[in-house]
Design a protein around this ligand. Structure first.
Ligand code: HEM
Length: 146
């Protein structure tokens, strides 16, 4: 039978002296609240307004990322979701993986995946070319031909 320790009993594993876990706990709540605003704003503009989901194509995305407000919006959504999600999965690994080696392997894979996704996503948002040369004009945002 597995016995669950008292919630306020001392941790048996070596823990850090800083209050990093409390900062993480507060971050999960704060980022959760911000993510609600960011995700619902994203869903409303992409799926409901101006033709809804059927209006989404290359030109729609290119038009959005030509505006700094949407670059910042999507960047915040990417970073917050990734740091929030990665910290959440880190907690789950710490809770369920009992062997130190297993925790090390799983958390290394998790952090590697998070860094790759954050770096690639950030690069895409800022290096995206809305008017690629040679692309059919009807697929491009209207400002490309101007
Ligand atoms: C609507 C926006 C979101 C809100 C309000 C929210 C809220 C929260 C809160 C308050 C926690 C802490 C739960 C606890 O400590 O018991 C949490 C945990 C977690 N969240 Fe989010 N979250 C949101 C979006 C996301 C997204 C987009 C992801 C994935 C990228 C994600 C992945 C996780 C994971 C993996 C955990 C850990 C679950 C656990 O500890 O059992 N969440 N979330």
């Amino acid at each position: 039978m597995t016995t669950i320790a008292e919630p306020r009993s001392r941790a048996t594993r070596k823990t850090s002296r800083t209050n990093a876990e409390m900062i993480g706990w507060i971050f999960m709540r704060a980022s959760g609240v911000l993510l609600i605003v960011l995700i619902f704003g994203h869903l409303i503009t992409n799926l409901i307004t101006d033709g809804g989901v059927h209006a989404i194509d290359f030109g729609f995305v290119a038009g959005k990322w030509a505006q700094p407000i949407w670059q910042v919006w999507d960047l915040l959504m990417l970073w917050l979701a990734m740091v929030h999600g990665t910290n959440g999965v880190r907690t789950i690994i710490n809770d369920y993986a009992e062997r130190a080696g297993t925790r090390l392997v799983l958390k290394s894979l998790l952090y590697l995946a998070a860094v790759v996704i954050v770096v690639l996503g950030t690069l895409v948002i800022f290096t995206f070319n809305p008017c690629p040369p040679g692309a059919p004009a009807d697929l491009l945002p209207s400002f490309c031909t101007a």
